[in-house]
Design a protein around this ligand. Structure first.
Ligand code: SF4
Length: 451
């Protein structure tokens, strides 16, 4: 059970030494109870107290990674039900599922384009996370185990991304043996009938383990047995499918974990939108799973036009709302600019930068784009906050030696900040200060006419 701030305080040394950077032990205890700091910040906790406190300090959703060859998928570590309460931490992994009754060539042909898929989105690489290899109804005979191992090898020949293996225990054993040394995979699924043997496999191969159950009570019972058996990296796999079933199962489990600190359900969740069969419904279910608590999402179909919006949605939800996405301040070249090309100015808020850069780039117009240090704010916000003014712009013009790159010395202010033009002329007397349009979309027409 979670400890209150006062209960935690009683276990701390109560010396108020401030080594944790808090003024008192009580202040630190309150933060620890709210799960906003790590226990390790206090170096003076006794071993006995540490044992009791580590329970209180542990995040309500157990964090762990699955990995392969330097690629990691992090899961868990969430502390809030809704992102606006703080932030979400572990981006849900998107996995493509292949089956062992597909030939190795078919599997490689499916896996290779998914492995290679990478899109630059406001400076972030959007990629798929890994692959699920599932035994397709085979029994545990030697033949089926060999086929499963062949499927695992085929995936490994085409990708080094993390994998989730799903099948009967004997089949899984063959698949696990076919993985590379040092991998941390996930296996599934432990049920009321097989949990003991699945626990043994997970321990032997250092694998995370999915736990499949029809009800919350059954899930609670199973996770309890598995942790007692020594498996800690568990993943809840509710058997419910469809919009309502998945939403209800995921929300109930996460609510109990976070609001009641109910440890038996304090694990990441896996969802299988691919089970519905219909690609359109699969995408919508996956979107729901991203928004509502799934840490691992298994798809049966891959196409850039459906995966891209899912990855963008994921990025939007799993971004700290208190930290704007920023690009590095500096001078960016667009379409091979020459010394005659104009210098456009904008702020280092990613979306502002990409709006301007994309408009100019797609119009084929050469320009220098000066991105100023404005703490990740958009133009108007930065101007209103005093982070985008003539003095700062002039400072960055000098800092990035923009004058050495151009001879024409035409510098274009965003139209919303036309009021800065007089001051900027004073700050940059050698420059011809121009006022551009208010919206990035109007830049190409403006540039063709004015610079
Ligand atoms: S470091 Fe520990 S003992 Fe010192 S003030 Fe912080 S909580 Fe108290």
């Amino acid at each position: 059970m979670a400890l209150s701030g006062i209960q935690i305080y009683k276990l701390l040394p109560q010396t108020n030494c401030k080594d944790c950077d808090f003024p008192t032990c009580l202040a630190f205890a309150m933060k620890l109870a709210a799960k906003q700091v790590e226990l390790s910040l206090c170096p003076h906790v006794s071993d006995e107290a540490m044992e009791q406190l580590s329970e209180a300090a542990a995040p309500p959703v157990r964090p762990f990674v699955i990995s392969s060859n330097g690629n990691e998928v992090k899961a868990g570590n969430e502390v809030v039900m809704f992102r606006h309460e703080k932030t979400y931490y572990s981006h849900p992994g998107l996995f493509l599922r292949v089956y062992d009754n597909e030939s190795p060539e078919e599997i490689k042909a499916k896996v290779s384009p998914v492995d290679a898929y990478k899109v630059d989105y406001v400076g972030i690489d959007l990629e798929m996370s890994g692959f699920v290899i599932q035994a397709n109804g085979g029994d545990a005979s030697t033949g089926s185990a060999q086929r499963f191992a062949g499927a695992v090898k085929a995936v490994r020949e085409a990708s080094h991304r993390p994998v989730i293996l799903i099948g009967e225990p004997d089949t899984l054993k063959a698949g696990l043996a076919a993985l590379n040394e040092g991998e941390k995979p996930m296996i599934g699924q432990a049920t009321v009938d097989n949990w003991q043997v699945m626990a043994n496999l997970a321990i032997e191969y250092n694998a995370a383990l999915t736990v499949k159950a029809d009800t919350i009570d059954e899930m609670t019972d199973l996770t309890g047995k598995l942790t007692e058996a020594g498996v800690n990296d568990l993943v809840l796999s509710p058997s419910q499918r469809g919009f309502r079933g998945t939403l209800t199962a995921n929300t109930v489990a996460r609510r109990l974990a976070i609001k009641s600190n109910f440890r038996p359900l304090g694990y990441p969740i896996i969802s299988f939108p691919g089970d519905v069969g219909d690609p359109a419904t699969e995408v919508i279910l996956a979107a729901q799973a991203i928004g509502k608590y799934s840490g691992f999402i298994v798809l049966d179909h891959f196409s850039p036009e459906t995966v891209y919006p899912l990855l963008v949605l994921r990025e939007n939800i799993y971004t700290d709302p208190q930290k704007p996405i920023q690009v590095q301040p500096g001078v960016y070249e667009i379409n091979n600019p020459t010394p005659e090309s104009p210098v456009l100015i904008t702020t280092n808020f990613s979306i502002t930068y990409f709006s301007v850069a994309n408009e100019v780039e797609s119009a084929g117009l050469p320009a220098w784009l000066l991105v100023t240090e404005s703490e990740g704010m958009s133009v108007l916000t930065a101007w209103a906050a005093g982070k985008f003014d003539a003095e700062r712009i002039a400072k960055d013009v000098k800092r990035f030696e923009v004058g050495d790159k151009v001879s024409a010395k035409n510098i274009v202010l965003p139209g919303h900040t036309a009021v800065l033009s007089g001051e900027l002329e004073e700050e940059l007397p050698d420059w011809n200060v121009l006022v551009g349009p208010r919206e990035a979309v109007d830049l190409p027409a403006y540039m063709k006419q004015a610079v």
